[in-house]
Each structure stands twice: as structure tokens, then as C-alpha cells.
Design a protein around this ligand. Structure first.
Ligand code: PGA
Length: 257
């Protein structure tokens, strides 16, 4: 049985001054007073680098994990403006988003770089949350399967085992647009991704890996998405900025176990 995982992606939002209020409200609304929530759903917040340490300090006792939104694949070097895996480990980040579509689109992140980052994170004992997904043009041209195959196989070809890798299926046309993939569209993509993992890394790896849906996920639609057999959680952008709404999504996720 795969444990559900709900990840918030704050993107370039919030400052340290906002964290106390946010987490106080979130922890109370999600019901972390009892142990049941943490036992039935894993929660991760992918926050800007400058917020990691304080976010860890405020959440660790509830078993809430903090992630970065990107990382460089090399451990050190002349890479102005970049942040390395050892730096993130020192800040006690537990996971990293890799290959988010905004990084692929706006910063030229390639499949090869995504693969290198994933491999480096797994080697360092951190959990990569690898993001894949097609654009609207690609979906309309019937290229969804081909795009997912290309993006997934680039990563899978450099791995012997999935380790703690998590995959997030995020159709680019659904991110921040208010358009959500239907549960059936999302399920089809998730089943394909699980099949690709199985073909490269074996059935056991495929049955264990968690695949999250992302793209305008919100309190109203998370339940029907999670009801699909291959959807193991969500990667939530806009709706994770509101602690009350995101806590409601956590409670919905916990109820399905
Ligand atoms: P959204 O973003 O929930 O605001 O659509 C999801 C994401 O980009 O991870």
C-alpha cells in the first residue's frame, strides 16, 4: 500500500515573516494534534531556499518534510547563483523538486539535467520529486504519451533503482490556469508512467513508486483525483499558499486510507 503524499509548491512566494502564522494555522486545521494525520499522509512543502531552515524548525516535530524547488547537480564549483545538494542537506531539506515545467520552460532545463539531478539526489540520500508533463500543443497533437515516455526514460535510464524517487505528473496546460485534468486523463497518464517505471526498473519498483498529480489541484477536486488507482497524492501550487485550504486537502488525503 502506497502512503499518500501531498506536496505544496510555494514557487516564489512568502517570506520568513509569514511562516509562524502559516504553519500555526496549517498544523491546527490539518489536525496534527493527533498522530493520525502524519500516520496516514506524508506532507511536504517545497519552499524558496531562504525559507528552508525556518520551515524545518517549525514543522519537524509534526513529521512534515521541507523540500527545495531546484538544485545544482554538482556538489560545488563556479556556478554563480546555484545551490548544491550538500548545502540543502545542511539546511535539513529532505526532498527537491526536479524538472518542474516552469524550470524547463523559463530556464532551459533539459531532460539530461533532470536525469543528472535525480541521480545525484538519490546518491546523496535525498528524495527527488521529478516533474513531467505535456504542453497543450503536445496534448492536442496527440503527443502526450510520447512526451511522458521521453521525459521519464531520460531519468529512468540513469537509475538502477528508484530509491525514494517520487514522480509528479503535471500537465503544463493545467498549471496555474484553473484547468484541471479530468480524473480519467490523469489516471491514464499515471498508469503510463507506472508502466514505464516497471519496464525499466521492474514491477516491484513500479508498484512502490508514488505518482502525484499537479495542475490546479484544490480542495474541491483532490478527492476525485485521489480516488483513481494510480494517483498517490498531489503537487499543489496556488492552493497550497492558503493554510486553511491546503489543510483541508491534507484531511481529504488522509481519509482515503
Ligand atoms: P498549481 O501549480 O497548483 O498552481 O496549478 C502546480 C505546480 O506548478 O506545481
Amino acid at each position: 500500500m502506497r502512503k499518500r503524499l501531498l506536496a505544496g509548491n510555494w514557487k516564489m512566494h512568502k517570506t520568513n515573516a509569514e511562516l509562524d502564522d502559516y504553519f500555526q494555522t496549517f498544523v491546527m486545521e490539518a489536525g496534527y494534534q493527533t498522530r493520525e494525520v502524519a500516520e496516514s499522509v506524508d506532507v511536504v512543502f517545497a519552499v524558496p531556499y531562504t525559507l528552508i531552515e525556518k520551515a524545518v524548525a517549525l514543522t519537524a516535530r509534526h513529521h512534515i518534510a521541507i523540500a527545495a524547488q531546484n538544485v545544482h547537480q554538482k556538489n560545488a564549483g563556479a556556478f554563480t547563483g546555484e545551490v548544491s545538494i550538500p548545502m540543502l542537506k545542511e539546511s535539513r531539506a529532505a526532498a527537491v523538486l526536479v524538472g518542474h515545467s516552469e524550470r524547463r520552460q523559463h530556464y532551459g532545463e533539459t531532460d539530461a539535467a533532470v536525469a543528472e539531478k535525480t541521480r545525484a539526489l538519490l546518491d546523496a540520500g535525498m528524495a527527488p520529486i521529478v516533474c513531467v508533463g505535456e504542453t497543450l500543443d503536445e496534448r492536442e497533437a496527440d503527443q502526450t504519451n510520447a512526451v511522458l515516455r521521453k521525459q521519464m526514460n531520460a531519468v529512468l535510464s540513469v537509475l538502477d533503482a528508484p530509491g525514494d524517487m517520487i514522480v509528479a505528473y503535471e500537465p503544463v496546460w493545467a498549471i496555474g490556469t484553473g484547468l484541471t485534468a479530468t480524473p480519467e486523463q490523469a489516471q491514464d497518464a499515471h498508469a503510463q508512467i507506472r508502466g514505464l517505471v516497471g519496464a525499466r526498473l521492474g514491477e516491484q519498483a513500479a508498484s512502490k513508486i508514488r505518482i502525484l498529480y499537479g495542475g490546479s489541484a484544490k480542495p474541491d477536486n483532490i478527492g476525485e483525483l485521489l480516488a483513481q488507482p494510480d494517483i498517490d497524492g498531489g503537487l499543489v501550487g496556488g492552493a497550497s499558499l492558503d493554510p486553511v485550504g491546503f489543510a483541508a486537502m491534507v484531511r481529504t488525503s488522509a481519509r482515503f486510507d
